[in-house]
Design a protein around this ligand. Structure first.
Ligand SMILES: [Zn+2]
Length: 168
């Protein structure tokens, strides 16, 4: 399957299952927020995302909350100019570690599924092998690459082939 086809044939539940298997036992786990107001800030050194819940509409606070790499660049005397700020509403996401300060910068996506895909592509391991439970017969499956299980919507080969069903 071409990677671009993934989001066309997988449901939100498929993506949730992917996120759970891919990141469930990792130190950093996904934090996906929907219907969030945020600034998309474009600069001469790249763009970044600032959820407004952290800024409380106070533009002077922007630099206190901007991502570390921008703050670092400013501290190092880099010429850094804001070129455009757009206020948008949508999906923002990052990885964070519960109880720790560790986190990635916020990023934005068009949809929940797109956020899951970007997290998986940028921070996850599609080759990670997992034991999973078939969504149809609920039988435990042998270790399988996440990419393969996901492309089959977490349904085992026997169920896909119609060899057995949950009632068999
Ligand atoms: Zn099955």
């Amino acid at each position: 399957m071409h990677p671009d086809d993934r989001k066309l044939c997988n449901t939100r539940e498929d993506w949730d299952t992917l996120i759970e298997y891919m990141f469930g036992n990792e130190f950093m786990t996904p934090d996906i927020q929907e219907d969030v107001e945020y600034w998309w800030v474009d600069t001469n050194d790249g763009a970044f995302v600032v959820p407004l819940i952290f800024v409380k509409q106070d533009e002077d606070k922007l630099f206190e909350y901007c991502p570390d790499y921008i703050a670092h660049e400013v501290a190092m005397g880099a010429s850094f100019e804001i070129q455009e700020i757009q206020q948008l509403t949508g999906v923002v996401y990052r990885l964070s570690a519960s109880g720790y300060m560790d986190c990635t910068d916020w990023e934005c996506a068009d949809t929940y599924e797109a956020a899951c895909e970007k997290l998986a592509d940028n921070y996850g391991d599609w080759d990670k092998e997992v034991e999973y439970w078939c969504e149809e017969c609920d039988e435990k499956q042998d270790y399988t690459a996440i990419s393969e299980a996901f492309e089959n919507s977490w349904i085992c080969k026997e169920c896909r082939d119609g060899i057995h069903s949950p009632d068999a």
